[in-house]
Each structure stands twice: as structure tokens, then as C-alpha cells.
Ligand binder design. Structure first.
Ligand code: HEM
Length: 456
């Protein structure tokens, strides 16, 4: 690992000389292999030019990534890079704020996501998984990723929004699904980038779609605020309704709406994609599949091998390949004196393939985590510092509960075909064919019930 040089070099590190459009295309279309090629040519620090983003200084060395994650939040801004989500998430979203405003909002959101609280959602996750897996066909190849999305959306609706099964859940789910579909469409994204988020959200069609979703979300917030059992409820919305700003104010309906949308957008597709990749990787590695299945059937979701499966999936198939910070003033990073405005980019993808941290780095080996702890700056699927994913404990807990639910209920067939390539969708790295799997047989883990004696 390199360290900072005594006298920093002025200006940007070298990088590829290809035109901006070709560098952007390489990053979007070839993703992991393009980044690897550039690292081989330029080393652990290099500059890329990305359309609409200016210059990115890519960092692959954990020592340099640490400089960014421990740097001042007033200098390393993240919110500006997420502005494309403004129309959907709204002005109060923790993802879009920076500096003291961001920290204030983050402080309110953190306690409900504390690791130890997650067990409150375990049974709900088991129930949702069991219902979904009961519908999976046997002996037929199918794409698991959409099924995982169904599970994670349902988990968010019920654990985060706290909406019970029934007509209201159906209406909220339909409205949010529709909105997400509209926004994630490539044509919508293209218009959004062309005219900018502020003008985009003033378009009549956008206003109409947002109003349709808001018409379902605001009643949930208002009804919950008035709920007599608010203090006893476990859902995240109920906890946020009881949170207070430093001056004692509760969060407004608008703040709550924006944070609920943020949690939905940040937590739904990301977790579904990790689950899709986990079964895709397991079915391509029959030994790991057999070991994980045996462990789950003995110990449920708490076994160390299953934990390794989730960590290894996030290492080799991180949902996001980079996180971005924009410098608000000149700063020294990786031995360079970088000018204000530069974007410094800890590269999750490259940090996760370092042979000095991960022997045989390209191999899927969940067992490596049996005697290795994840390093803060070398295992970063959830980013880092004051912007680290708020839902990391939630996502890890959910991934294990859902995988245990699947492996406990069905025997997955080892796949004969090659692993799926990474395909970029909006900003996430998804399995090219939707993580296709086959259920070989159903395995009922519940003990066979004795017939109930009926009194004569
Ligand atoms: C496997 C699933 C997930 C992955 C891979 C993931 C990854 C990430 C990453 C990389 C970031 C940016 C961190 C940075 O800039 O340093 C982030 C931020 C965030 N994530 Fe997640 N996430 C996941 C699940 C979730 C879930 C389930 C939730 C909530 C329900 C959530 C809520 C958030 C929020 C609110 C932020 C913004 C934090 C801030 O700006 O302060 N995420 N996530």
C-alpha cells in the first residue's frame, strides 16, 4: 500500500487519453473490465473524463480511500453528485444534502437503523420470503432478480413504511412501482440529464406522476402520526415520527416523505441485486451451494458460512462500482494537490480485487471470511465515512434472512452454464440475464405435523 508523498504533485494524475465520450462508454458498458485495464496501465491512481461529471480521480489503494472517507465533510461533498435524483427524492433527502444540513438529517435517521434493532424485522422477512418462494416453479429455469425485487419492495413497504397487508398496501405498492419504472427508464434519464433536475421536476408529466405517488404516501404519514399505538410500533416511519431535531421540532410531513422515498430508492434495488448475485454465484459454485444449504438447514440465518457468502458476493459483485466526492476547496489526496471542483472517486470495484488483501482475488471463496474481518477501506460495498450507507445493517440482515429462507425451502440446482456478465442499469451493476436459476426440488423444513385428533 502506498502512502502520501512528502511534497504533493500539483495537478491531476495521468490517465487515458481517449476522448471523453469513449471513456464514458467504456465505464458504462464494460464497467469492471475497463477499470481493471486502466489500473493495469496507470496504477492505483488515475484520472478519467466522464461526460457530465468532469474529471474523476479514481482511487484503488485503501490508504488513499481512507484519506477521502476520513476527510472533512465540508471539503468532500457527496450530495451534489446525486442531484439527478432530486425530482424523485425531494429537497430534504439525506442523499442530496451536504455539510451540516446533511449531518443533521443523518443523525435523525441513524438510530432506527442501528444493527441491534434489525432482529425486529426477522419474522416479517421470513414470512415475505416464504410466500414468494412458494410460487417458484420446480425444474424450470427462471430469472430470480425480479423475484428478489418483489421481496425487497415488500420488506420496505412493511418494515420501513409500516403499511400492513390490505388495500392500502396494494395502492402504495402500485403507485411506487409505477413511479420507479418511469424514472429508471433510459429515455427519462436522458431527458433528465439534458435539462437538469430542477427544470425536469417542473415538467407537467413529471409533476403528475409525482403527485400520484404523493397522494398515496402523505395519507400513510398523516394516519401514522395520529396512530394511538405509535410508541409501540417497530416500523422505521413510526420511529422517525418520534425523532426530534436539535431544537425539539418533529420532522415535517415533507421531510418524512422525502426520506421515505430515499430509503425506498436506496434500499430496494440494491438489496435485490445483491440477492440475485448471491444465488447466481452460489449456483455456479456447487460446493459453496451445498455447504451454505447444509449450514442453513442446521443453524438458520446466523451461520458463519452464509455470512461469508453475502460478504463475498458484495466483494465480487458490488452493486455500485464507485462512490464520488466533489472537492469544495483544493485538497491533498494520494500525493497530489488537487484543485477545487475535482471529483475524487474511491473505486469499490478495484479495491475489492486487490491481491495483497484478497489472495486469488477473482475467485468466489466465501470461506475466506471465516478468518478475515472486512477492512474499512478495502471492503466498501456500502461506501464510507459520514456518507456510509445508512441501511448497511438492514441490508446485510435482510440478505441473510432471505437467502436462508430460500435455501431452507428449496434445493437450488447447480447451473451448467457460465456465470452472468455484469450489466449496468441506471447506476447499479446487475446480472445480465436476471440471475437465472432452477429449483431442483422443494424441501419443507417445517417438521411434519401429527394429524390433529378430532373428538368423537
Ligand atoms: C446491499 C444493499 C445496499 C448497498 C450495496 C448499498 C450501498 C450504498 C452506497 C455505496 C451508498 C453511498 C455511500 C457513500 O457515498 O460513501 C449508500 C448510501 C445510502 N444507503 Fe445504501 N445500500 C444498500 C442498501 C440500503 C438499504 C436497505 C437502505 C435503507 C433502507 C439504504 C439506505 C441508504 C441511504 C439513506 C444512503 C445515504 C447515506 C448518506 O448520504 O448519508 N441502503 N448505500
Amino acid at each position: 500500500m502506498s502512502t502520501t508523498t512528502a511534497t504533493p504533485i500539483e495537478g491531476l494524475p495521468p490517465g487515458p487519453s481517449l476522448p471523453r465520450a469513449l471513456q464514458t462508454a467504456g465505464f458504462i458498458l464494460r464497467g469492471p473490465s475497463y477499470l481493471k485495464k486502466l489500473q493495469a496501465e496507470h496504477g492505483d491512481v488515475f484520472t478519467m473524463r466522464i461526460t457530465g461529471e468532469g474529471r474523476w480521480v479514481i482511487l484503488a489503494d485503501p490508504a488513499h480511500i481512507k484519506q477521502v472517507f476520513t476527510g472533512s465533510p465540508d471539503v468532500f461533498h457527496a450530495g451534489k453528485g446525486n442531484q439527478v435524483l432530486l425530482p424523485l427524492l425531494g429537497d430534504h433527502s439525506v442523499l442530496l444534502l451536504d455539510g451540516p444540513e446533511h449531518l443533521r438529517q443523518r443523525r435523525l435517521l441513524l438510530p432506527p437503523f442501528h444493527g441491534q434493532r434489525m432482529t425486529a424485522y426477522g419474522e416479517l422477512m421470513d414470512e415475505i420470503t416464504a410466500e414468494e418462494v412458494a410460487r417458484w416453479p420446480v425444474g424450470e429455469d427462471f430469472a430470480s432478480w425480479p423475484r428478489m425485487q418483489h421481496i425487497t419492495l415488500e420488506v420496505i413497504m412493511r418494515a420501513v413504511f409500516g403499511v400492513e397487508q390490505g388495500p392500502q398496501l396494494d395502492r402504495v405498492r402500485t403507485a411506487l412501482n409505477r413511479l420507479l419504472d418511469e424514472v429508471m427508464r433510459p429515455t427519462t434519464m436522458a431527458v433528465l440529464s439534458a435539462i437538469g433536475p430542477h427544470r425536469f421536476r417542473e415538467l407537467a408529466i413529471v409533476k403528475r406522476e409525482l403527485a400520484r405517488a404523493d397522494a398515496e404516501i402523505y395519507p400513510v404519514i398523516r394516519e401514522r402520526r395520529a396512530a394511538p399505538d405509535l410508541e409501540d410500533r417497530q416500523d422505521i416511519l413510526s420511529l422517525l415520527l418520534q425523532a426530534r431535531h436539535e431544537d425539539g421540532r418533529p420532522m415535517s410531513d415533507e421531510e418524512l416523505r422525502d426520506e421515505l422515498m430515499t430509503l425506498l430508492v436506496a434500499g430496494h434495488e440494491t438489496t435485490a441485486t445483491t440477492l440475485g448475485w448471491a444465488v447466481e454465484r452460489l449456483t455456479r459454485h456447487p460446493d459453496a451451494l451445498a455447504r451454505a444449504t447444509a449450514e442453513v438447514r442446521e443453524q438458520g440465518a446466523d451461520g458463519p458460512f452464509l455470512d461469508g457468502v453475502v460478504k463475498e458476493t458484495l466483494r465480487l459483485r458490488p452493486v455500485l462500482s464507485v462512490v464520488v466526492r466533489q472537492l469544495q476547496e483544493d485538497a491533498e489526496v494520494a500525493g497530489y494537490r488537487l484543485p477545487a471542483g475535482t471529483r475524487v472517486v474511491p473505486c469499490i470495484q478495484l479495491a475489492h480485487r486487490r491481491p495483497d488483501v484478497y489472495p486469488d482475488p477473482d475467485a468466489f471463496r466465501p470461506e475466506r471470511w471465516l478468518d478475515q474481518q472486512p477492512g474499512t477501506y478495502s471492503w466498501l460495498p456500502f461506501g464510507g465515512g459520514v456518507r456510509r450507507c445508512l441501511g448497511a445493517s438492514f441490508a446485510l440482515f435482510e440478505a441473510k434472512r432471505v437467502l436462508a429462507g430460500i435455501l431452507g425451502q428449496v434445493d437450488l440446482a447447480p447451473a451448467a452454464r457460465d456465470g452472468e456478465q455484469v450489466r449496468r442499469r441506471a447506476i447499479t451493476q446487475t446480472p445480465q440475464h436476471g440471475a437465472r436459476i432452477t429449483v431442483a426440488a422443494r424441501h419443507d423444513r417445517r417438521p411434519v405435523q401429527e394429524p390433529v385428533a378430532v373428538p368423537a
